[in-house]
Design a protein around this ligand. Structure first.
Ligand code: DQA
Length: 145
């Protein structure tokens, strides 16, 4: 199966960005973790990051009919984007929302997600390991059909 892993704004700065919150690992490390996990499970993977909301919407649209599942860390757009929600609602397949930090232990504006109620699962506060858990979950959901 094909799993798309999409990353939102500022995640290109992982490793140097607020390391006390997000850790010292880079987005490249996240990509390696995801690639290893997908290879182990026998899946193909596309891994991308953008600072632009429109790119994420376009990628989700393009995943329709091609990808079997999506793992997405929408970063700050989690808390603002009806457009990303609408794109994911149209995707049709399973998607898992993942956050590196525990958003619920942070500022109140991070407690609201525009995606969580339509996500298959939500993972937060597990650090970058959460990406692996998200891929495991989406893989199980794809297998279930
Ligand atoms: C984040 C949490 C968001 O609130 C924040 O805007 C991010 C990253 C996380 O992975 O913990 O950029 O999605």
């Amino acid at each position: 199966a094909l799993i798309c892993v999409f990353n939102g704004p500022n995640l290109n700065m992982l490793g140097t960005r607020e390391p006390e919150i997000y850790g010292r690992e880079t987005l490249k490390d996240v990509e390696t973790l995801c690639a290893d996990k997908c290879r182990t499970l026998g899946h193909d993977m596309r891994f991308t990051q953008s600072n632009s909301e429109g790119d994420l919407v376009t990628w989700i649209q393009e995943a329709r009919g091609k990808a079997d599942g999506i793992v997405i860390n929408p970063a700050a757009y989690t808390h603002t984007s009806v457009a990303i929600r609408d794109a994911l609602a149209a995707f049709g397949g399973p998607f898992v929302e993942i956050h590196i930090s525990n958003v619920h232990a942070r500022e109140s504006f991070r407690h609201k997600s525009y995606l969580s109620d339509i996500a298959s699962a939500v993972i937060c506060g597990c650090g970058i390991a959460g990406y692996g858990y998200a891929i495991d979950t989406v893989s199980r959901l794809i297998a279930k059909g």
